[in-house]
Each structure stands twice: as C-alpha cells, then as structure tokens.
Design a protein. Structure first.
Lengths: 113, 113
C-alpha cells in the first residue's frame, strides 16, 4: 500500500504544549501534504512539502521531511484547544500524472484547556 | 481562494434508491476531481479520479456500476450511488486539484435505511 501511517494514533496534551506527529510512507513521492479534519467535516490543507525540501514552516506549524527514512513530522507549537482535530499526512504518487493522494489513518489530537 | 463545495451535506434514503452527490469548485477550474469515502475514525479511502470530459478512473475494488461518476464541466463532478444499501452508508468527500494541492469539500454523510 502506498498510504502513509501516522504515529501516534492519538495524542492528548495541555494548551501551550507542543504536539508532534509523525508519518511514514513506503514509496517514492513527489510531495507530502498534511491535512487537518475536524470531526464530521472536510479536510483543510495545512502544508505541502516537496521531495527536495527538508523543512517548511507556516505559522505555528513546522514540517520536516526525510526521504531517506521515508518519514515526515508535523510540529504544532504552543497548541490551543482549537487545534483539537485529526491530522492526516498524504503522499503524492511519484511519476503519476493523476495527482492521486493516499492518506494515512491519522492522529487524533486533543488539546485540553 | 480554492474553495470546494458539496451538496447535499447529508442525506437519508431508503435501501434500493439512488443518491447523487455534487462536488463543485467555486473559484477555480478543476480538470481533475477525486472522490473519497471515510468510515468513522478511519482514513480516507480514494474511490476514483474524476476527469473532465472522460471516464473516471476507479481504484481497485471499487464498483464502477455502483458508484457512477460524471465530470461534465470544469467545475462540477457528481457521484451517484446506485441502488444504495445500508453498507453504503458512509461519509463521502470530494476534492479538486489546484496546482499541486487538493482542496476538499465539506463532505456528504449518507445514511441508507
């Protein structure tokens, strides 16, 4: 399967703490994307990191990519209760012109006030 | 920018009926749209890739005759669940590709009684 796998499956922290989620994948990729999903809602795109990039920042988000280990991490700094959601990584098929994405099972993040 | 809408947001139907779900890209044109299915607390499963003006590409194990996809214009793709049964009950999400990123609709919750 090409899909990524997030770790941990569930993460529970206090407001103000940092949250780190990891993603591993199996095949060569063009890029890796992180999405967020609030319960019962659609997905919101957070950040895209290309295969030739190692680190990317967006606000309180920091994403790293290690293609040699086929892994990525998402760090949310100074977490807030509103960050409570499921976070998914998705890999784009290298060599595919269709642009399909394959999703992992997600990490359920709970941030307590 | 890059907003995707879905309609309806939820639908309840009787077993044996057909249900149509619409996916629209509101502020951009999308030659490629994607349909996903998601079970509670699980990942998104890619069902098919919808290509404007041509036949959809289905993922392995997805029944073409069961899940009819029509991508009639650059801003609209439809998924019709034909002769729906209780096991088709799920959360269906579409996405539209804009540059390297997929933007997701809010999802449609289908309940088949």
């Amino acid at each position: 399967s090409q899909q990524g796998e997030e770790d941990p499956q569930a993460l529970s922290i206090q407001e103000g703490e940092n949250a780190t989620m990891n993603c591993s994948y199996k095949t060569s990729i063009n890029n890796l994307q992180w999405y967020r999903q609030n319960s019962g809602r659609g997905l919101v795109h957070l950040i895209l990191i290309r295969s030739n990039e190692r680190e990317k920042h967006s606000g309180r988000l920091r994403v790293t990519l290690d293609t040699s280990k086929k892994s990525s991490s998402l760090l949310i700094t100074a977490s807030r209760a509103a960050d409570t959601a499921s976070y998914f990584c998705a890999t784009g098929d290298r060599g595919s012109t269709l642009g399909r994405l394959y999703f992992g099972r997600g990490t359920q993040l709970t941030v307590w006030p | 920018g890059a907003v995707v809408s879905q309609h309806p947001s939820w639908v309840i139907c009787k077993s044996g009926t057909s249900v149509k779900i619409e996916c629209r890209s509101l502020d951009f044109q999308a030659t490629t749209m994607f349909w996903y299915r998601q079970f509670p607390k699980q990942s998104l499963m890619l069902m098919a890739t919808s290509n404007e003006g041509s036949k959809a590409t289905y993922e392995q194990g997805v029944e073409k005759d069961k899940f009819l996809i029509n991508h009639a214009s650059l801003t609209l793709s439809t998924l019709t669940v034909t002769s729906a049964h209780p096991e088709d009950s799920s959360f269906y999400i579409c996405s539209a590709r804009f540059r390297e990123t997929q933007y997701f609709g809010p999802g449609t919750r289908l309940l088949v009684l």
